[in-house]
Design a protein around this ligand. Structure first.
Ligand code: PEP
Ligand code: MG
Length: 317
């Protein structure tokens, strides 16, 4: 079934001139695997594990976690990448049994993501140990990453927890502007970067991702957001680290080409977006993507950036 799905889905991601860009799926759990496979996902770039923890009074037990993680790892062939994000609790993803430590006037700027896990290290360690057990015997390669990492100290702390659990590949999400600007420092302990453009846009433009009426400030084409992405990708390349994008930006076919041109090495998105992004990439050469990235980065606003990218990528837009 896996071979049939791959055959129907147009093959692995690459530019028109054959520059490989693995196209991965964002999933919330095993229920999302059929769509990922049908749309030709080459692996998982973001497994949002909070869904396993939602709507319950306590954290899931070891065996329950191992089973969910193993089902996902077993769905992909040898050598493919499965990137599991450790629990991202707080702010827009509140969990009943992990309340914020006190009154938070601005939950998005409070204790969330890795910050919450640093206050409950036993919960992170039990998740990592379930992941390590699930990866034993799996053919896909387990990668873990932490959400809401801010600085090199955060990255080092997370890498140490992953190492203690026996997990070899540990990276960080880049969702906080300070992490993007400091990516070269984070690279000392992060094996890879994955840019979460939903939160990165929210924090770069100071515009709540949940709020209506903020229009253009919720657009990843904003010059400030593109600049943060390019800075991260450059730092990753200099440190020889992969740099993916797993936010909504990766699902926009035109922006996906711009991201590749800016040096992003993998794209992860909701499964339904995979065919259009695969087709767009297949119609642009790497040089055209680079020209589009450079033109978009030179644009003074989001609309101008889109227009410039369309002009540089006539085969795509
Ligand atoms: C992001 O912030 O871009 C991201 C991929 O994570 P989430 O949407 O789950 O916060
Ligand atoms: Mg996020």
């Amino acid at each position: 079934a896996r071979e049939a799905a791959a055959a129907n889905s147009g093959g692995p991601g690459a530019t028109a001139d054959g520059h490989r860009v693995p196209l991965l799926a964002n999933i919330g759990g095993p229920k999302d695997l059929p769509a990922a496979l049908e749309n030709g996902a080459e692996g998982v770039g973001l497994y949002r594990t909070e869904f396993l923890f939602l709507d319950r009074g306590d954290a899931p037990g070891h065996e329950e976690q191992v089973e969910a993680y193993r089902t996902v790892l077993d769905a992909f062939p040898a050598g493919s990448k499965v990137v599991v994000r450790t629990l991202d609790a707080g702010a827009d993803k509140p969990l009943a049994f992990l309340p914020p430590p006190g009154e938070e006037p601005n939950p998005a700027l409070g204790v969330r993501g890795l910050r919450m896990m640093r206050r409950h290290p036993e919960m992170l360690s039990s998740q990592l140990s379930a992941l390590a057990e699930a990866a034993g015997g799996a053919q896909a390669v387990l990668n873990v990453m932490a959400p809401m990492v801010t600085d090199a100290e955060d990255a080092a702390w997370f890498a140490e927890r992953a190492r203690e659990a026996g997990i070899e590949h540990a990276g960080v999400m880049v969702e906080v502007p300070a992490a993007a600007l400091g990516a070269r420092h984070l690279a000392r302990s992060a094996d890879f970067f994955s840019i979460g453009t939903n939160d990165l846009t929210q924090y770069a433009c100071a515009a709540d991702r949940e709020a209506g009426g903020l229009g253009r400030f919720q657009d990843p084409w904003q010059p400030g957001v593109l600049e943060l992405i390019a800075t991260t990708a450059r730092a990753a390349a200099a440190a020889d680290r992969p740099c993916g994008v797993c936010g909504e930006a990766a699902a926009d076919p035109l922006l996906a080409c711009v991201l590749v041109g800016a040096g992003v090495t993998t794209l992860s998105m909701g499964a339904s977006a995979l065919p259009l992004v695969r087709a767009a990439l297949g119609r642009a050469t790497l040089e055209e993507c680079k020209a589009a990235a450079s033109a978009a980065l030179d644009a003074p606003g989001a609309d101008e950036a889109k227009r410039a990218a369309r002009e540089a990528l006539p085969g795509v837009a």
